[in-house]
Design a protein around this ligand. Structure first.
Ligand code: AMP
Length: 231
């Protein structure tokens, strides 16, 4: 059983890689973004508040997201391991996750940082759409929806665009990432868990780099990369 965190700014490809790992390895994706999008359609007071915060591109409170993750971990059903996607996003969330994992006798094996160039992100996120049936991700320019209007993966014909996937919201979300989430890179480096992949490589190449980490073929890459970056 391998539990991992995918870390990176919005649009880095965390969801795409998570879905591949679910399909190819039977891991279980825990995306707080997906859970919150579900909560906002619930019609509850909590859902309404969450919607407001998400639309502005700000972070939902630690209490809410930690509560959601606690429920999912406690429910079990981890398959071949959990993929934390979009969580933790603050140091408080990282500490809470550590405690939850301890309580349940689990441990994070790898924190995979998906490194990307900010300018590329804005373009990537702006043209993004998703198959409503299976979650396959498309992009207006780099991976358009097929001419027959059918998803290549499941044949679905309904595609959705996230309300927060626009350039203005992305800039706010990027700022939230740098202010609140990027300290986690140092946090997990210090814990010896950080691995880094090039999030701008082709999807299959990113998947191969992630697979090498999970299969133990890429030992201590964070340290190696740090040396290379400093050289
Ligand atoms: P995502 O799908 O991961 O890009 O998340 C979409 C939005 O949900 C974010 O911009 C936040 O408003 C909210 N969100 C998702 N995960 C978290 C989290 N771990 N902590 C706080 N807010 C979150």
């Amino acid at each position: 059983m391998t539990d991992i965190i995918l870390l990176g700014p919005p649009g880095a490809g965390k969801g795409t890689q998570a879905r591949r790992l679910v399909e190819e390895r039977g891991m279980v994706q825990l995306s707080t973004g997906d859970m919150l999008r579900e909560a906002r359609t619930s019609g509850t007071e909590m859902g309404r508040k969450v919607a407001e915060v998400m639309d502005k591109g700000h972070l939902v409170t630690d209490e809410i997201v930690i509560g959601l993750i606690r429920e999912r971990i406690a429910a079990g059903g981890a398959g071949a391991g959990f993929i934390f996607d979009g969580f933790p996003r603050t140091l408080a969330q990282a500490d809470a996750l550590g405690a939850l994992m301890d309580e349940t006798g689990r441990a994070i094996d790898h924190v995979i940082e998906m490194a990307v160039d900010d300018e590329v992100l804005v373009e990537r996120v702006s043209g993004r759409s998703t198959c409503a049936t299976c979650g396959e991700v498309y992009h207006d320019r780099t991976r358009p929806i097929p001419g027959d209007g059918r998803c290549v993966n499941c044949g679905g014909t309904t595609f959705t665009r996230r309300g927060d996937d626009n350039a203005d919201s992305l800039r706010v979300r990027l700022l939230a990432y740098y202010k609140q989430t990027s300290p986690l890179v140092g946090y997990y480096y210090a814990k010896g868990l950080l691995r880094r992949v090039d999030g701008l490589a082709a999807i299959a190449d990113v998947a191969a780099a992630v697979a090498a980490i999970l299969d133990g073929a890429a030992d201590g890459p964070a340290a190696a990369e740090t040396e290379a970056a400093g050289a």
